[in-house]
Design a protein around this ligand. Structure first.
Ligand SMILES: Cc1ncc(COP(=O)(O)O)c(C=O)c1O
Length: 451
């Protein structure tokens, strides 16, 4: 009988994370200090991050051992299954073979705890008592709440206001794991206060929530800051996904032709695809597709240049594709895909043409999500649905050409807390929204001019 799920044993959880930095076609441009615009040193980051994570951020070691304490928690849900999407293939009548690596089986329901657990562990080890963070859709906040709770740390979450309103159940989940959750912008930080003064109805953005959480950590000695995406160490931790996938594809006797993942800050996409990027750089033919919303088209329409990581200009300045750090995205339902920039590691590889990027409107994305739910059963997160759309498009192309390609989807999370979005789609209330060109130009005018 044909295998539907390829499942590894707990012994096969990777024992080391893969760091792509030594294998890049060119080194990353250095991150800059937000005030001096000079390259950042480790001491600049020490007030907000534990030293071990700062070391990982700049490490040139290809492999970094995963601590036993982290592996022990990973065992709660890892290794995650690789599914063959037979029913989706049948519905599409495609000769393509479609697989999905299912990160939705973690307790918070996404890939995010792969790094949350590691970050909570290093913070605890270095004496932090509390972690402050931001969250968009609530997935990252839930993952960090889950991880902090297991390691006995307090957790404060600044949740983008529009999502706080749209997703009360994610807030309740975070509170159940013991966190304090605030709708951002808040009156608790100077950044939040000044934004609310100008615009009391500001819906918030990831950039603003990051500024609030960074300020909280920088102004409290016992508190560190934690970011759920974008940074090199976050991507490093996520490589457990791609490393497991490699073993699973080998068992299935497959070599991937196409990998699709959605990109908010880039962490699940990178963790899933970077172990294969190395193969591609070594000459293998693999198409690696990064998927984003038309409403926040960072990789497809932003320029590749230095910009601040946050709205208030207190986070480092990094080289990335950007829509400008003052970008306030329209309230689309894929809350986790609304960051103005993207991981510098992903951006470098897009700029080099190793990774290609595509943007989709939300109605077409939900159409693919509903097809997936009706065939494979699992309800995808709206973020995840972006790369399902890309896989469906590619599988349809295979139907036309007769090619039997192997397509693998990064199934980053389930959508059980996103039912309001499904309701809106099913009732034809979702609007497609392409971000206007003049707004991009306007936001880019405030971006520093650094070569
Ligand atoms: C399910 C899911 N997938 C993807 C993302 C995007 O984040 P990243 O690009 O860091 O993987 C999010 C962010 O919240 C998410 O919740």
């Amino acid at each position: 009988m044909e295998q539907t799920k390829i499942i590894l044993s707990e012994k096969e959880i990777p024992q080391a994370w893969y760091n792509i930095q030594p294998d890049l076609p060119e080194p990353l441009a250095p991150p800059l200090h937000p005030k001096t615009l000079k390259p950042l040193g480790p001491q600049d980051l020490a007030p907000i991050f534990p030293m071990e994570l700062i070391k990982q951020e700049v490490s040139q070691e290809r492999w970094i051992d995963i601590p036993d304490e982290v592996l022990d928690v990973y065992k709660l849900w890892r290794p995650t299954p690789l599914h063959r999407a037979y029913r989706l293939e049948k519905a599409l009548n495609t000769p393509a073979r479609i697989y999905y690596k299912n990160e939705s089986v973690s307790p918070p329901g996404s890939h995010k705890p792969n790094t949350a657990v590691a970050q909570a562990y290093y913070n605890k080890k270095e004496g932090a008592k509390r972690i402050a963070t931001e969250t968009g859709a609530g997935q990252w906040g839930s993952a960090l709440s889950f991880a902090c709770n297991l390691f006995g740390l307090k957790c404060t979450v600044y949740m983008v206001k529009v999502s706080y309103g749209q997703k009360p159940y994610r807030r309740i989940l975070m509170e159940t794991w013991g966190s304090e959750v605030h709708p951002s912008p808040t009156n608790l930080t100077n950044v939040g206060k000044s934004i609310l003064k100008k615009d009391p109805d500001c819906p918030g953005s990831l950039g603003i929530a990051i500024s609030e959480a960074v300020e909280d950590a920088a102004t409290h000695d016992d508190t560190k800051y934690s970011l759920g995406s974008v940074l090199n160490h976050v991507i490093l931790h996520q490589t457990v996904v791609g490393l497991e996938l490699k073993k699973q594809l080998k068992i299935a006797g497959e070599k991937p032709d196409i990998l699709t993942g959605c990109v908010g800050g880039g962490s699940n996409f990178a963790g899933f695809s970077f172990p294969f990027v190395k193969d591609k750089l070594d000459g293998k033919k693999i198409q690696i597709i990064a998927c984003e919303p038309e409403a926040c088209p960072t990789l497809t329409r932003g320029p590749y240049r230095y910009d601040f990581g946050d709205t208030a200009e207190i986070a480092p300045v990094v080289k990335m594709f950007t829509l400008g750090h003052s970008f306030v995205p329209p309230p689309i339902h894929a809350g986790g895909l609304r960051y103005h920039g993207d991981a510098p590691l992903v951006c470098l590889l897009v700029n080099k043409g190793v990774i290609e990027a595509r943007a989709y409107h939300q109605n077409s994305v939900f159409e693919a999500a509903v097809l997936f739910a009706r065939t494979e059963g699992i309800l995808p997160a709206p973020e995840t649905a972006h790369c399902i759309k890309a896989a469906v498009d590619e599988a349809k192309k295979c139907k036309e050409t007769g090619e039997e390609k192997c397509i693998v989807i990064a199934f980053s999370g389930h959508g059980h807390f996103d039912l309001a979005a499904y309701d809106a789609y099913l009732n034809k209330k979702l609007e497609d929204y392409a971000y206007p060109e003049e707004k991009i130009k306007e936001a880019l005018a405030a971006v520093p001019n650094i070569e």
